[in-house]
Design a protein around this ligand. Sequence first.
Ligand SMILES: *[C@@H]1O[C@H](CO)[C@@H](O)[C@H](O)[C@H]1NC(C)=O
Ligand SMILES: *[C@@H]1O[C@H](CO)[C@@H](O)[C@H](O)[C@H]1NC(C)=O
Ligand SMILES: *[C@@H]1O[C@H](CO)[C@@H](O)[C@H](O)[C@H]1NC(C)=O
Ligand SMILES: *[C@@H]1O[C@H](CO)[C@@H](O)[C@H](O)[C@H]1NC(C)=O
Ligand SMILES: *[C@@H]1O[C@H](CO)[C@@H](O)[C@H](O)[C@H]1NC(C)=O
Ligand SMILES: *[C@@H]1O[C@H](CO)[C@@H](O)[C@H](O)[C@H]1NC(C)=O
Length: 395
Amino acid sequence: MARRRLKLVVMVIVMVNFFIFIIISRHSSQDKNGLHKVRIPSKPFWSKLVPNVAYCNRQQQILDLQNNHVLAANFSAADLPDWLNETHSTSDPCQPNFRVTTQVKDYNSLPVRFKDFLISMHCRSYPVIVDQPDICKEPPFLLLAVKSLAPHFDRRQAIRQSWGRAGAIANRTVVTVFLLGNATSGDHHPNLSGMLRYESVRHRDIIQWDYRDSFFNLTVKEVLFLEWIQTRCPGARFIFKGDDDVFVNTHRILDFLGGLSEPKARDLFVGDVITNAGPHRDKKVKYFIPESMYTGAYPPYAGGGGYLYSGDIAARLHSVSRHVALYPIDDVYTGMCLRKLGLAPEKHKGFRTFDIEEKYRSNPCAYKSLMLVHPRTPQEMIQIWAWLSSPGLRC
Ligand SMILES: *[C@@H]1O[C@H](CO)[C@@H](O)[C@H](O)[C@H]1NC(C)=O
Ligand SMILES: *[C@@H]1O[C@H](CO)[C@@H](O)[C@H](O)[C@H]1NC(C)=O
Ligand SMILES: *[C@@H]1O[C@H](CO)[C@@H](O)[C@H](O)[C@H]1NC(C)=O
Ligand SMILES: *[C@@H]1O[C@H](CO)[C@@H](O)[C@H](O)[C@H]1NC(C)=O
Ligand SMILES: *[C@@H]1O[C@H](CO)[C@@H](O)[C@H](O)[C@H]1NC(C)=O
Ligand SMILES: *[C@@H]1O[C@H](CO)[C@@H](O)[C@H](O)[C@H]1NC(C)=O
């Protein structure tokens, strides 16, 4: 009985394989025939340039045309259609651009954060208030850059005492910096400038620029940081950039980086990559973007909780970012810059921006092979770091 059943199973497997073989060979012969066919496009592969109604898309079209050398050589400003110089109202891009109030279709009914973004979106340069010009005197193997907000003193201190401990870790130079804007009284922040001054003198790891630190201005932080790397830390081999509410397994990251081949290391950009996403149209979502601002899909992008890239990529992102219109969501913006470079971020399952399963959260071994977990409180950061640093940890 058992033997007969076995025979039957074997026969079925043989037949299934045979059919798969037939299907595959039919497919490949079709492909071969296809190679000899001359394909004539049924439609033109170019299209007439029409202005996009969505403001951010249109700003990108304008930048693309301004940076197109073929067109730039043959057109003078006077030949350009009017919509192409709609941004040229003032020569200083950091003056508030009130023309957006009429150029964005439903400007008046937009939530105020969009109005604020639109009015200042052409400005990419703000004065630095606190800098650490010599922090990369010895070029670090890994630069940890943490997006923080002035009042988050406890998060920064927990990071210093745990995963962001600067100096030599596992024989590599690690430098940690905190990236801050200005927590303004306009946003009802208390005046913390005295405490911040104390902190930056004490720890020498604060970089602060004079612009309003808000969610939609995180892209400004990104652009300013890319500029900062080129002027203050161009020798950094690798850069981690992330939020101040994540736990980073610095040991694991250093191991991973140490094991990369040279070409892989040069083009490195890894994180928790989101593909096939687009703007949220639900007004209640933090990431809501109205259709008058942006239409179309998002490029693949690494969630802003934290991602890791090479110093080489940082330099390329810096130069391409001038050609990419600012977008109010910083991680999507970085994805847009990568796409412009012809690159895409790579997903690594060690980046858990959506946390790990609840039942593993208090298990020290769960963190050993991970690179990033979000979110974690300051106390949790210190606890997890102690677990991972314990010589007795057996997993
Ligand atoms: C640009 O102008 C040059 C000389 O004026 C001409 O030779 C060339 O064909 C033009 N190119 C385009 C794309 O119009
Ligand atoms: C576009 O620029 C040209 C030349 O600077 C100017 O004459 C024209 O008025 C501008 N158009 C608009 C819509 O601003
Ligand atoms: C640490 O670095 C030094 C000099 O770069 C090297 O000689 C040594 O072998 C390294 N040690 C380890 C454990 O990697
Ligand atoms: C930050 O914003 C406040 C207004 O809220 C302003 O008084 C201050 O000058 C700004 N800059 C610095 C360096 O604090
Ligand atoms: C904020 O505090 C600092 C130091 O305590 C003080 O010098 C500064 O004038 C204050 N700024 C404002 C806007 O009150
Ligand atoms: C971004 O910062 C600038 C400069 O401080 C400010 O004018 C603008 O309102 C800010 N934008 C947002 C969306 O907060």
